[in-house]
Design a protein around this ligand. Structure first.
Ligand SMILES: Nc1nc2c(ncn2[C@@H]2O[C@H](COP(=O)(O)OP(=O)(O)O)[C@@H](O)[C@H]2O)c(=O)[nH]1
Ligand SMILES: [Mg+2]
Ligand SMILES: [Zn+2]
Length: 291
């Protein structure tokens, strides 16, 4: 028996990667009876047959599961934004962070295209998020800055790249691993992209070990599931201040003696972060009115 990672599911075959070898596997019948859905990212043991085929006999315990795209055992998500073109938006950065936090993913920020912005602008974003506790990597595919460091972060892990379209996710992955030859600069057609990202998530193997997932279908419709009182948990600095609020049901909006609002006034919590919190809070409250 050999051990490997499912990198692609297609036409009822599971493609299992072991080192640099790819094996086209079927699933032993009993798993189908149990209606167990095997996901990309799952670790399996399989019996190799000839001609690069095999049969999956064992599915190892899953460490985690991301729903959109469906990927098992994700170790980290790298939220990628551009320092310019498209210009960064705090509220968009925060929305991606909320989704990552609520999925309990280990999130890092990558600020790409730093060749297109001035140091002061970049520094402002970097400092804001580092102060909260996020690691922020500054990269440029054009100058090569930060690419080695990014490559180091990916080895031996399953990493999902997320972020707005056009920020350079595919370009970064090509720079890290030239063999990937991902299409870049593509104008994504909405329907086509949705299909690709949600249904056919694929793990791309890295030469030194580890896998990446490009362009996942993170979708803001997922905010629909959030309970208003739980939103603060997606903001580490708001969650840290909240225990000092007078009411333990405080939504940090209109309530009196709110420690979060005080921290914003004192400059301990960034105004942009609090604005993002309020914006998403009102959406979440609006969504729940229909219940
Ligand atoms: N100046 C500059 N352009 C970049 C950089 N990274 C990517 N680009 C360009 O930005 C565009 C979008 O890149 P792409 O990788 O397709 O973005 P994706 O949609 O996030 O995958 C392409 O035209 C790239 O050549 C960078 O670091 N600096
Ligand atoms: Mg892309
Ligand atoms: Zn409060």
């Amino acid at each position: 028996m050999l051990r490997g990672v499912v990198v692609k599911a297609y036409n009822s075959y599971y493609y299992v990667q072991t080192g640099d070898k790819l094996t086209m596997c079927t699933l032993r019948g009993r798993f189908k009876k149990e209606r167990f859905s095997l996901l990309v990212g799952d670790e399996v043991e399989y019996l190799p047959l000839d001609e690069g085929k095999g049969v999956i006999e064992t599915i190892l315990p899953r460490r985690s599961m991301l729903k959109r795209p469906m990927v098992a055992n994700v170790d980290q998500v790298i939220l990628t934004f551009a320092a310019a073109s498209p210009d960064p938006s705090f509220v968009i950065i925060d929305r991606f962070l909320i989704l990552a936090e609520l999925s309990q993913l280990n999130a890092q920020i990558c600020l790409n295209k730093i060749d297109l912005a001035d140091a002061a602008e970049i520094g402002q974003i970097v400092d804001l998020y580092r102060k909260i506790g996020y690691s922020v990597l500054e990269t440029s595919v054009k100058t090569g800055q930060g690419i080695d460091e990014l490559r180091r972060q990916l080895y031996g892990r399953i990493t999902v790249f997320a972020g707005p379209s056009g920020v350079g996710k595919s370009s970064l992955l090509n720079a890290v691993e030239p063999g990937l030859s991902l299409v870049t600069g593509e104008i994504s057609i909405k329907i086509g992209r949705g299909k690709h990202t949600t249904r056919f998530a694929e793990l791309l193997p890295l030469a030194g070990g580890g896998f990446v997932v490009d362009t996942p279908g993170f979708s803001f419709t997922e905010f629909a599931d959030i309970v208003p009182t739980e939103l603060a948990r997606a903001f580490p600095e708001i969650a840290a201040a909240a225990p000092a609020c007078k009411f333990n049901t405080c939504l940090h909006h209109k309530e009196p003696q709110c420690a979060v609002k005080q921290a914003v006034t004192d400059g301990c919590i960034a105004a942009s972060r609090y604005a993002s919190y309020l914006e998403v809070l009102s959406e979440v409250q609006e969504n729940r009115k229909g219940y």
